[in-house]
Design a protein around this ligand. Structure first.
Ligand code: KG4
Ligand code: ZN
Length: 340
C-alpha cells in the first residue's frame, strides 16, 4: 500500500485506454475502442479517432476509477502517452491528463508509447532486467527497440520500411477470403497446413542487411502471395488456403525472430519482450522460444489483452518512472507524433 498509485492514459491510435496500477499490480484497465467506426474506411481515420477519444475519455475515466475503487484524489501520478501516434488523438489524451493533473494537483509524466508496450510486461512478470530488446508487432508498428533503462527511454534499432506486420497479416487474409482482422484467422488456418511454399524473406539478403540490419519489409511478401494465389486461380485450380497461410506466416515470423535474436546477441541482451497484437500469434511465440532458447535468451510476452494498446501499459511505465525518481513533465508538455 506504500507503493505509488499511478494512472495511465493512452490515446495514440484508436483505443482510449485508462489503466491504474499500484507498483506492479494492475488495479484497473478500462478500454473504449473506435475500431468499428473505422472499419468501412479500411483503416484508422485520424479525425474520427480524435473525436471518439473525446467522447470516450470521461466515461472511461469513470470506469477505471470505479474498477480500482479509488478517486482521483488517491492517485499519486498521472502518466500519458505523448507519442508516437496520431497527432490529434495524442492531443486529446494529453489535454485530458493535464486537466486532471491540474485539477487534482498531481504530477504528470509524458511517456513513449513504444516503451510502454515493453513496460507493461512488468505487470505480468515483474521487474525487467536493466537491458532488454523489444519486438513490437501490431497493425500500426513493427519495430525492434533496445531498452537500456526504461526510465531513460528506448533506442530504436529498426522498423518496417513499408507495411506493419499486422497489416501484412490482414492484407493476406483478405486475399485468401478470410475475415478482418485477419491475423487470428491466418494463425488458425495455418495449423491445418504445412509451410511448403517458399515466400520471400524481406531485407535478409546480404546487400539489404548492410543498410537494413534490423529493419523489416513485408510488402514484397504480400505481393508474392498475391501472385501465387492469382496464378492458381488463373489455372482454374483451388487455392490451398491453409498451406498458403502457413507458408506466409512462416516467412513473417522467420524474419521477425531471426532479427530479434540477432539484435539481442549484438547488444549482449538476454531478455526479449514481444508486444503488439501480432504477439498473440502462436507460431511467432513458438519460434521465438525455440530460437531464443538456443542462445540463452528469455522471451517475455504479456497476455494478449496487455499486448494490444491499453492504459495499463502507460500506467506501468509511469509507475516505473515514479519509482526510479524521475522528475515529472511540465504542464506545458507537448505531444510528439514521431517521438523516439
Ligand atoms: O495491437 P493491435 O490490436 O492494434 C493495432 O495495431 O491496430 O494489433 C492488431 C493486429 C491486426 O493486424 C491483427 O490481424 C493482428 O494484430 N493479430 C494477429 C494475431 N492476433 C492479432 N496477427 C497474427 N496472428 C495472430 N494470432
Ligand atoms: Zn501500440
Amino acid at each position: 500500500p506504500d507503493e505509488p498509485l499511478v494512472l495511465g492514459i493512452e490515446t495514440s491510435c484508436d483505443e482510449t485506454g485508462i489503466g491504474i496500477v499500484r507498483g506492479h499490480t494492475l488495479l484497473a484497465d478500462a478500454l473504449a475502442s473506435s475500431v468499428d467506426q473505422h472499419a468501412r474506411f479500411g483503416g484508422v481515420v485520424p479525425e474520427v479517432a480524435s473525436r471518439a477519444h473525446l467522447e470516450a475519455m470521461l466515461p472511461t475515466m469513470r470506469r477505471a476509477l470505479d474498477e480500482a475503487g479509488v478517486t482521483l484524489a488517491d492517485i499519486d501520478a498521472i502518466a500519458v502517452t505523448a507519442g508516437p501516434g496520431l497527432a490529434g488523438a495524442l492531443l486529446v489524451g494529453v489535454a485530458a491528463a493535464k486537466g486532471y493533473a491540474l485539477a487534482a494537483d498531481k504530477p504528470i509524466y509524458g511517456v513513449n508509447h513504444l516503451a510502454a508496450h515493453v513496460a507493461v510486461d512488468t505487470l505480468e512478470h515483474g521487474p525487467l532486467p536493466a537491458s532488454a530488446v523489444g519486438l513490437l508487432v501490431s497493425g500500426g508498428h513493427s519495430s525492434l527497440l533496445l531498452v537500456d533503462d526504461l526510465a531513460r527511454g528506448v533506442t530504436p534499432l529498426g522498423a518496417t520500411i513499408d507495411d506493419a506486420a499486422g497489416e501484412a497479416f490482414d492484407k493476406v487474409a483478405r486475399l485468401l477470403g478470410l475475415p478482418f482482422p485477419g491475423g487470428p484467422h491466418i494463425d488458425r488456418s495455418a495449423r491445418d497446413g504445412r509451410s511448403t511454399i517458399v515466400f520471400p524473406r524481406g531485407l535478409t539478403a546480404p546487400k539489404d542487411l548492410a543498410e537494413h540490419r534490423f529493419d523489416f519489409s513485408f510488402s514484397g511478401l504480400k505481393t508474392a502471395v498475391a501472385r501465387w494465389v492469382e496464378a492458381r486461380q488463373r489455372a482454374g485450380e483451388p487455392v490451398p488456403v491453409a498451406e498458403v497461410a502457413a507458408s506466409f506466416q512462416e516467412a513473417v515470423v522467420d524474419v521477425l525472430t531471426a532479427k530479434a535474436v540477432d539484435a539481442c546477441r549484438e547488444h549482449g541482451v538476454d531478455t526479449l519482450v514481444i508486444g503488439g497484437g501480432v504477439a498473440a500469434n502462436s507460431r511467432l511465440r513458438a519460434l521465438a522460444q525455440e530460437r531464443c532458447a538456443k542462445h540463452g535468451i528469455t522471451v517475455r510476452t504479456p497476455r494478449p489483452k496487455l499486448c494490444t494498446d491499453n492504459g495499463a501499459m502507460v500506467a506501468a511505465l509511469g509507475s516505473h518512472l515514479v519509482a526510479a525518481g524521475v522528475a515529472p513533465s511540465r504542464l506545458d508538455l507537448a505531444t510528439d507524433s514521431a517521438m523516439l
